[in-house]
Write a protein that binds this ligand. Sequence first.
Ligand code: MLT
Length: 404
Amino acid sequence: MVRANEDYLKLPGSYLFSTVARKQREYAAAHPEAKIIRLSIGDVTQPLAPVIVEALHRAVDEMAQTETFRGYAPDLGYAFLRNTVAEHDYKARGCEISADEIFISDGAKGDCGNIQEIFAKECKVAVCDPVYPVYVDTNVMAGRAGNYDAQSGTWSEVIYMPCTAEYGFAPQLPKEVPDIIYLCFPNNPTGATITKEQLQAWVDYANQNGAVIIYDAAYEAYISEEDVPHSIYECEGARECAIEIRSFSKNAGFTGVRLGYTVIPKGLKADGTELHGLWARRHGTKYNGAPYIVQRAGEAVYTAEGQAQLKEQVAYYMKNAAYIRQGLAEAGYTVSGGVNAPYIWLQTPEGMSSWDFFDRLLEKANVVGTPGSGFGPSGEHYFRLTAFGRYEDTVEAIRRIREM
Ligand code: MLT
C-alpha cells in the first residue's frame, strides 16, 4: 500500500507564515469591522519600478512575434542576465565570480530549500537560532534533522547556534563541527548583521573543517553601514567553501514576479565532488528555467535607471524601519534591527511569550506581526515586525501599538 513520506509527517504544525495568515483570517472573520494592518510576512507593497514594468512589456511584445519568440529558457539562465549579475553583484565589488557560476532560478526560497539535495543525508546541518524556517523544514523533509522535541522546539540532529542579544544576535562558532552551515546576513528574522571580519572567521572555520556555508544574502540591498559585507565572496577563501543565494524579491519587489539566483564557484567540493556539477544536473533535470520576460525584468534592475529607482524603493522601506524602531523605542520597547535590514526585532513586554504578544497585538491594535518563537527557541519572548508595509499603515500601526 502506498505510504506518505514519513519525514514530512515529522513536521510539527504548518509553515510559520501559514499559521500567522490563518490566525489573521480567523480574527478578521470574527471581527469584520477590524482594520487589520499586516506587518508579518516580509512581502513588499510598493508597485514594480517603472524601468522593470517597461522591460516586462518589451519582453512580452517579443514573445508575440515569431522572430523574437522564446520557448524554454536555458535551464541555468540566459547569458544576458548571468553576465549582468556577474558584472554588477560580483566584479564591481571585487569578487571573483564568473557568469557560468551563477544559476538563475525562480526565487531564493526554492533555492534555499532545494540546495540541501546535493549533500549526503548524513551531513550535519547547523543553523542560527532564531532562523528562517525554510532551512530547517527542508532538512526535516529530507530526513536529515532527526526527531523533534516539542518541549525544546529543536530537532535532534540539527546544531543550533543561538543568536542572542548578548552577542548582537550573531551566531558563535558551534561546539560540534557541522558539515553544512546556513548563514543569512543581513539576518531574517533579527535584522542583525555581521562585519566582514566576523564573516571571514566563518569562512576560515568552514575551510578548516571541510564544511560548506550556504549564505543567504537576500537582504543585501538594505545594508547601510560600512564594513558589512554584501557578498560572502568578499572574504578570502570563500570560493572554496561557500554557496551564495540571492533574491530579486526584496531589492526589486519581485515577490510576485519570482526571480533569484545561486552562486556555486567551480572548484567548490564536497569530499572531492564538484558541487557546481551536481547543482547543474539538478537544474537540468528538475527545472526549465525562469521565464524569459522575468529574466529581462531582472536585467533591467541593473541599469542605471533601475538602480536609481530601486534605491528609492529601498529607502521607502527603510524609512518605515526607522519609524518602527524609533516609535517602539520611545514607547519603551527594546528594539534592534532595522538599520541594515527591513526587519525590526523587539523584545516582548513583561516577559510575554511571543504567541501571547501576537494575540495581544492582533486584538488590541489589530496589527499582525510574526512571533519570534516561530523562528526557533531563542526567538521566544521576541517578535518581528517588517518594514515592507505601506508608510501610512506603518505609521498607523505604531500609533496603535503605542496606545495599547
Ligand atoms: C519572511 O517574511 O520571512 C519572508 O517573506 C520569507 C521569504 O522571503 O520567503
